[in-house]
Design a protein around this ligand. Structure first.
Ligand SMILES: [Fe+2]
Length: 95
């Protein structure tokens, strides 16, 4: 379970595994980037060969799923904290 304060912006990141994220309260803006399988630097997707494939606003009850090749950038929206529940797989050991 994670909470983000209003005004916070998470830097682009990947978990190098699959994941599911559900919004419990608040509102969250997501940018989702596809990262080629051999790329190992997800800190600046705009400077690499990543491809922005989706932007979306998540509200309470909304869920997203992503794979090991997904990079995302999270920006809470509004004036109240955003609370989310995440479930992630084990990081891949073969890369
Ligand atoms: Fe994240």
């Amino acid at each position: 379970m994670v909470a983000w304060s209003p005004g916070y912006q998470a830097p682009p990141h990947t978990y190098d595994t699959w994941g599911i994220l559900a919004i419990v309260s608040g509102q969250d803006h997501h940018e989702l980037w596809h990262r080629p399988p051999k790329m190992d630097n997800a800190k600046d997707p705009e400077a690499n060969d990543t491809e922005l494939f989706s932007t979306l606003v998540l509200n309470p009850g909304d869920m997203i799923a992503f794979t090991h090749s997904t990079t995302h950038r999270v920006s809470p929206q509004g004036d109240s904290p955003t609370v989310a529940l995440g479930l992630y797989g084990a990081p891949r050991m073969d890369r």
